[in-house]
Design a protein around this ligand. Structure first.
Ligand SMILES: C[S@@+](CC[C@H](N)C(=O)[O-])C[C@H]1O[C@@H](n2cnc3c(N)ncnc32)[C@H](O)[C@@H]1O
Length: 404
């Protein structure tokens, strides 16, 4: 009794609780309830009975960490990575692959309902990744010269987790990490380089900043018959085995006169759109990516498409009322979603059909709310792709049609 009173005075931080995880929420954390409070606990599985430690109080919610699995959920598996739990890279290795896919469908459903205030489709299919491991063709590594550490940030911190083997990195990317670590041990890795970005293509792995002449080489990948060139500095999707179905889903059966491809990167969707539409415009804010998009179109002989280097919101706002009618608009924004002015401009432009490709169900749902409530669109189809196995992240493609 006395201990409880003291605990109440100090606040709940540090308290031990026993909870049962009900389901996985957006962000990948498990939802539980104890002592009339909502408890969120990471690295858990639905159905787990856990002993947890309260780390922080946020309003009425307790954020807790896992101390002990008292009774494992049938969905729980042994995470194979020795860094799991400490490394900030993966947060779903404790779930069987089937449970990961179910949790991702549930996350999308939850975001549509709670953030988008929309009725989710009766069934949400998440296409599995052909490879559950060794699928990542892109990686960002942190270097702490003082501690001699090279790897990913630790969970919820900017301390570097020293990682020798990453089981989700593609073999060539892992091999580049191993070489970098050899330089670190040999004392030849420059101390003032704190971050490296690696990307794999058909010709090997490019590294930014480069350490050897081969690191600077641009890479290329052929997807759905189109050749895309890129380098480590610009965005290119990480799970190449799923790109053909993703592009197919993004385009659907769209074809016609004029298409816009917003946040187009190096042109993943712009090239196939240019094969189906008379006139295509891609808009991309990163100058190097936009230059690659131009090059990729030119090398494919696609002269009916242009690429504008600009923030999408600025580009659309500057052309308000002046753009010709658009038959099909595809947008694939970063995790933060579309800029508010981009959404307003899309709503004013009234393209006949919209395809929204998203790597964040919460910002997708937020933007879908605007497009449906203010723009008069309805969800015509929704499907998802497991581009990021072993993490809570998921790619979603939503087609919108005019509700009238
Ligand atoms: C998720 S990626 C999609 C790229 C491309 N559609 C693909 O699948 O390869 C988002 C892209 O948007 C670009 N970007 C981010 N913010 C932007 C903005 N405000 N305006 C234009 N492009 C932006 C990034 O540089 C990146 O290339």
């Amino acid at each position: 009794m006395k201990r409880r009173r003291e605990q109440a005075r100090r606040g709940p931080e540090g308290a031990a609780l026993e909870v049962t995880v009900e389901r996985i929420l957006p962000g990948g954390v498990g939802l539980a309830h104890a002592e009339g409070r909502t408890v969120l606990v990471g690295l858990s599985a639905p159905g787990d009975r856990l002993r947890v430690r309260v780390e922080r109080e946020r309003g009425k919610t307790l954020l807790a960490s896992l101390v002990e699995v008292l009774e494992p959920s049938p969905a729980r598996v042994e995470p194979p990575c020795p860094y799991f739990g400490r490394c900030g890279g993966c947060d779903f290795q404790q779930l069987s692959y089937g449970a990961q896919l179910e949790a991702k469908a549930e996350i999308i459903r939850d975001c549509l309902r709670r953030v988008g205030r929309l009725d989710p489709p009766a069934e949400i299919r998440v296409t599995p990744s052909p490879a559950e491991w060794r699928y990542r063709s892109r990686a960002r590594w942190q270097h702490d010269a003082r501690r001699g550490a090279l790897g990913y940030y630790e969970r919820g911190s900017h301390r570097v987790c020293d990682v020798a083997e990453c089981p989700v990195a593609a073999p060539a990317v892992q091999s580049r990490l191993t070489h970098l670590r050899e330089s670190l041990r040999a004392g030849t890795l420059p101390e003032d380089l704190h971050e490296f970005e690696a990307v794999e293509g058909d010709g090997g792995v490019a590294l930014r900043p480069p350490l050897a002449p081969a690191d600077d080489a641009e890479q290329q990948r052929v997807i759905g018959g189109e050749r895309y060139r890129f380098d480590a500095g610009c965005f290119f999707q990480i799970n190449h085995a799923l790109l053909e179905p993703l592009v197919r889903a993004g385009l659907g059966d769209a074809a016609g006169g004029r298409a816009l491809d917003l946040y187009c990167g190096v042109g993943l969707f712009t090239l196939p759109l240019a094969r189906r539409f008379a006139q295509v415009t891609g808009v991309e804010g990163h100058p190097a990516a936009a230059t690659y998009a131009w090059r990729n179109l030119t090398e494919a002989g696609l002269t009916n498409a242009t690429v504008e280097t600009s923030a999408v919101g600025d580009w659309l706002t500057a052309r308000a009322g002046a753009l010709p009618p658009v038959d099909f608009l595809l947008l694939d924004p970063p995790r933060t979603g579309a800029e508010p002015e981009a959404l307003s401009a899309i709503i004013s432009l009234r393209p006949a059909r919209v395809s929204y490709v998203s790597c964040d169900p919460a910002t997708l749902a937020r933007d879908l709310h605007a497009l449906t409530a203010e723009g008069g669109y309805r969800i015509a189809s929704l499907e998802a792709f497991d581009m990021f196995p072993q993490t809570h992240h998921v790619e979603t493609v939503v087609h919108l049609a005019s509700a009238n």
